[in-house]
Design a protein around this ligand. Sequence first.
Ligand code: HSE
Length: 439
Amino acid sequence: MSNALRIGVAGLGTVGASVLRILRDKAEMMTRQCGREIVVTAVSARDRTRDRGVDLVKIEWFDDPVALAKSENIDVFVELIGGSEGTARAAVEAALNAGRHVVTANKALLAYHGVELAKIAEAKGVLLNFEAAVAGGIPVIKAMRESLTGNTVSRVYGIMNGTCNYILTRMGEEGISFKDCLSDAQRLGYAEADPTFDIEGNDTAHKLALLTSIAFGTQIAADDIYLEGISNISLADIRAAEELGYKIKLLGVAVKTETGIEQRVHPTLVPTSSVIAQVHGVTNAVAIETDLLGELLLSGPGAGGNATASAVIGDIADIGKSRPGFQHGPVFGTPAKDLKPTSRAKMRTHAGGYFIRLNVHDRAGVFATIAKRMAENDISLESIVQRGSGASVEDAVIKTVVLVTHATTETAVKQALKAITEDGDLYDKPQMIRIERAG
Ligand code: HSE
């Protein structure tokens, strides 16, 4: 036991309990693979009495996670509390300052304080590992930070929120309401404590912010991310997109443009024939485009206890295998002090194709007016189709017009939609969804 790696775990929810069970059940395997025992010596959680399927009797209990973080009896502090401020932040800071390695699944904390925490870790010569913070069990941080060293990244994009992908998949395949799909995702343990973080895109944005930093060697800039969630996506959008050969996914995209790094999270149409369109349910996928590789796509379980715990265990094992004087590289791939400030590209300069769905009053000339407004804004159309709106009573007088544009700018589309709205032929607000090129 003298050579054992001593682990303190703060936060014993779905993921924390899984971590403890796996370390217990696979102790022998871990020892063999790491060359030393990995032992949980201390824990901290809110409720001491809850049954988590693991015996805590021989493990030191801390009511205060910050006290656990500073304890002399741990080598690694595992933070599974969550939240960008408060206890989680204080505990991680305390652990790093005390010279403990840290493993965390906390994307919000790193999205807002990652650079300053990385500076402490790098100054102290300890590891700050966060594989579980992005895309659950997929080893994307390790791949980008280590395996892709020497690659120049041009774009990173992906499905990074299991809850949203689960909802969009079930809405599309089973015609189930948004609300019922969300309840199921919560019941299955995929959703965040506050599920608006999932459905409004914040969770994806936190993850994207971390990938952007590793991909482009830039400081983390979570507030520079354009954000749109999926609560505005209807079954009608999903059906119309499908008819035209597209699936709707909540994507996080970071891309180098002439005006800077464009970071955005929004519902996105991807061609049904693309690989990412085949990523269903709680599965996540991250695509990385580089000069040496072309496109690399990693996909796998993005949420849930065991999947996320798998990433935590991998991070612990990395520390178990490291030896003094032989640590891994910088936290975000580039030393924290050398990360460049981001040059933010504005959304109005975003260029790409657009899906537009308009419910219009069925009268002569409407189609022509819409086409005219598009032409006035130099927008070339790939397709334009008209359907019954599906709104039973009004179906006779309300029709749905769906347009897909060729590449154009966000400014042009917004101007065209403003003009169409002012023309007075719309029954309700226009829907506009961006289209992403995907392999
Ligand atoms: N709520 C997240 C998701 C969990 O649905 O993907 C993993 O971060």
